[in-house]
Design a protein around this ligand. Structure first.
Ligand code: AMP
Ligand code: MN
Ligand code: MN
Ligand code: MN
Length: 285
């Protein structure tokens, strides 16, 4: 008789309202359970706040769900903003906590600068109004985009980025994130694995993405995201090929920020069987 190896249903890139996601950690966990996931990772931008809340809630409810401690670190590589997902990290790591404290200060300073640009463009109280939307410590550009939609300056978040918040936008501020190498090092110091987030979403040329991936590997990065939400078959094939060539482990994550017709917890393409999943570094089945 053929034994079936259980296919883990997992999603290793999820945001909560501690950063720019719309669900609380508890609501995110409930959604993961409703969608029959086995394992999730909460990976908020530069904060680990929601991780213990989600883990305690799972215990309290007695859910059969594993929640891996994660983070999405904002980093800089050759003047580009690059995101590194850290998985299975120790959230009490002093090195990590020190880096998060610096990132928090830099994020606040950048928010102040974006807001004063917007105020000079004619908006009023951009910072206060955006902080109210953000609700917490992490003010992300997504919150500024939501502010611009609320002010009826644009009709969609996408347009807010295009016109105001992307690197070519009117209110763009160059951030001062840690270097890519330091992001990887910080995750390793916290005992985790470092995964390059959404490699095809940086608006880089193909040659630049390959260079980024090679640098990431040479800086001792462990894995890359291959399977994502709203991804074409060609993208999946291309990322799978690079993942094999570079001998990186493969991750699967929806980058969920909130429910929509296209976004849900666990809604993501499958990893091809020929790749080694990143979770095999901390879990054996
Ligand atoms: P920040 O970390 O403050 O620089 O904000 C980056 C976040 O903004 C990303 O994690 C996404 O959630 C969101 N974002 C970036 N670009 C876009 C875009 N073109 N459309 C919608 N959301 C975006
Ligand atoms: Mn985000
Ligand atoms: Mn990201
Ligand atoms: Mn993300």
């Amino acid at each position: 008789m053929k034994t079936e190896v259980k296919r883990l249903n997992y999603d290793l890139h999820l945001h909560t309202n501690s950063s720019d996601g719309s669900l609380s950690p508890q609501a995110l966990v409930d959604r993961a359970v409703a969608n029959q996931l086995d394992c999730i990772a909460i990976t908020d931008h530069d904060t680990i706040q929601s991780v213990p809340i989600a883990q305690n809630y799972i215990l309290k409810q007695g859910y059969d769900l594993t929640c891996i401690a994660g983070i999405e670190l904002s980093t800089k590589w050759r003047s580009h903003e690059i995101h590194v997902v850290g998985l299975n990290i120790d959230i009490d790591s002093p090195t990590l906590l020190a880096v998060l404290e610096t990132q928090k200060t830099k994020r606040i300073q950048r928010a102040e600068q974006i807001a004063s640009k917007l105020d000079r463009l004619g908006f009023t109280d951009s910072l206060t109004k955006t902080q109210i939307l953000a609700q917490g410590d992490v003010v992300s550009r997504l919150h500024f985009a939501q502010f611009l939609v609320a002010e009826k300056a644009v009709t969609t978040v996408e347009k807010a980025f295009k016109q105001y918040l992307s690197s070519k936008g009117k209110a763009y501020v160059v951030p001062d994130w840690i270097a890519l190498e330091q992001g990887i090092e910080t995750i390793h110091q916290a005992g985790g694995v470092a995964v390059l987030a959404h490699p095809l979403r940086y608006r880089l040329s193909t040659a630049s993405v390959k260079k980024l991936l090679r640098d990431f590997k040479s800086f001792t990065g462990d894995g890359m995201e291959v399977a994502q939400n709203r991804q074409s078959e060609q993208e999946l094939v291309l990322l799978s090929r690079w993942c094999r060539e570079l001998e990186l482990r493969a991750s699967r994550g929806s980058d969920f920020h909130g429910l929509s017709d296209y976004h849900d917890v666990g809604r993501c393409r499958e990893l091809p069987d020929h790749l080694t999943p990143i979770w095999t570094t901390w879990l054996t089945l």
